[in-house]
Design a protein around this ligand. Structure first.
Ligand code: SF4
Length: 463
């Protein structure tokens, strides 16, 4: 099995039943428990949780003639009934908490068919592709080709395509945007002013494009990759940052089948199954991204120390050392017109951060008794230190969601700067204010350490 080469024309294989029943946000066709082996999906695939001989897979997925018209009609009716039911993903995540990655992968593929894809970075997340193959179901894989990857990563892409008989759906950055960035700032601007701008162009926007054609995606995130930022990754969740094909918040589901798996167990699995891996792993690389932004780590060093390492030094100033794509923000969540002003893309764009307008923050200032405390960042989206704390602040908002502390932002550049200097203690960007529950005067965060733990300590000391 280890060396088997499956032939899966993955993006062309989809049950018409499922395609015909696309539905709105946080609703989808739940084929898992309601439609059993009698469905066309089951007929079109071999049983889950077993490796499939390559030659049989292609046949297995193109045999709809075996299904009678009556059976198809029955299945379509059942699919329509099931499609109307919303799914409680928190409950589903709890149910799957102790499931194996293989079971989780099987369920994800069964539920979303052709509208789900595996995000493959060219690193150890190749395990996801192996798990997908083992389910016997058709599957899709996409990857972000930033144009700055290592040659070894392109080689593993090629090997994976050949081994699994798939075509990886590469997403490329917008050529005009890359050209403008490089002409204006050079090829290595990220060493000077942080990786956000380049990542936004080469990664986040292509990712957003990829996800806008899906209803769900599968990532290789694991809790042990970063105890500080990924400790609470659920097996499945409504994506908090990106939108799916139906558009709007809640229109995309994110699966993390290996969330509970240890890195060493992933490697045991890869070795056991003889899965091809990126040869950079044999040179000390653990986490693998773009060539200029990735380096090997020493024994005992955390894998994230191999990414954007020059920003670790800056962390003392701006708290930036997070590289979690799940924290990448989406535009327009708050929908109050701050997405882009003067051509500058807004930041801190997530549903967990309230976007305060001038009247909103004036109101907050006036209140003597608030129903809950607020933390507010005064920012300028073009400020590199504001950009530098973006990931931390987004993560902070996620952590504080539902905790009784409101997290907000107020754009204090341009016309608002003078007001912010006079009324809101703005010195330099970013300025962070805590509005306690009782008492009108906001308390200014005194430190330049803007990592999540430092900000949380500040809030917890005052709330
Ligand atoms: S990882 Fe580096 S090269 Fe790649 S997109 Fe981000 S900043 Fe640019």
């Amino acid at each position: 099995m280890a060396s088997a080469t499956a032939s899966i024309p993955s993006h062309t294989i989809v049950s018409r039943d499922r395609k015909a029943t696309q539905i709105g946000a946080v609703r989808h066709v739940n084929l898992v428990s309601s439609i059993s082996q009698s469905t066309s999906t089951r007929r079109l695939t071999v049983g889950p949780l077993h490796a499939v001989e390559p030659g049989k897979r292609a046949e297995a997925v193109v045999a709809p003639k075996a299904v009678s018209n009556g059976a198809v009609a029955h299945v379509e009716k059942r699919v329509e009934e099931v499609a109307a039911r919303p799914v409680d993903y928190e409950k589903l995540a709890a149910q799957l908490e102790n499931a194996s990655p293989l079971e989780i992968m099987d369920k994800a593929l069964e539920m979303f068919g052709d509208d789900i894809a595996i995000a493959f970075s060219g690193a150890e997340d190749v395990a996801l592709i192996e798990y997908a193959k083992l389910t016997g179901r058709p599957f899709r894989v996409f990857s972000l080709d930033t144009g700055r990857l290592n040659p070894e990563t392109y080689q593993i892409f090629d090997q994976v395509e050949k081994r699994y008989g798939i075509r990886i759906e590469y997403m490329f950055p917008d050529a005009g945007e890359v050209q403008a960035l490089v002409r204006q700032k050079g090829l290595f601007s990220f060493y000077e002013d942080g990786h956000q701008e380049c990542c936004r162009i080469r990664k986040v926007r292509p990712l957003r494009r990829a996800l806008s054609g899906l209803r769900a995606w599968i990532t290789g995130q694991r809790k042990d990759q970063s105890p500080g930022t990924r400790a609470h990754i659920p097996i499945v969740q409504v994506d908090p940052s990106f939108e799916g094909m139906a558009g709007g918040a809640g229109s995309l589901i994110k699966w993390n089948p290996v969330a509970n798996v240890d890195g060493k167990d992933i490697w045991n699995f890869l070795r056991t199954m003889d899965v091809p891996v990126n040869s950079l792993h044999f040179q000390g690389y653990v986490s693998i991204g773009c060539e200029p932004c990735t380096r090997p780590v020493l024994p005992g060093q955390h894998e994230r120390e191999g990414r954007w390492w020059w920003e670790d030094a800056k962390a003392k100033e701006c708290g930036l050392h997070k590289g979690n794509i799940s924290q990448e923000v989406k535009a327009g969540v708050n929908g109050n017109g701050s997405a882009s002003v003067n051509g500058t893309a807004d930041i801190f764009e997530t549903k967990n951060i309230v976007n305060l307008c001038r009247a909103g923050i004036e109101n907050l200032l006036r209140l003597e008794q608030r129903t809950e405390p607020w933390i507010v960042v005064l920012y300028d989206p073009s400020c590199q230190f504001c950009q530098g704390m973006e990931a931390s602040y987004v993560e902070l908002a996620e952590k504080l969601s539902g905790s009784g502390v409101k997290v907000a932002k107020f754009r204090a550049d341009g016309d608002q700067k003078r007001f912010a200097q006079e009324e809101l203690q703005l010195g330099s960007f970013p300025t962070i204010l805590f509005f306690p529950k009782h008492g009108s005067r906001p308390i200014k965060y005194p430190s330049e350490k803007r990592d999540v733990d430092s900000l949380l300590a500040f809030i917890n000391a005052l709330r």
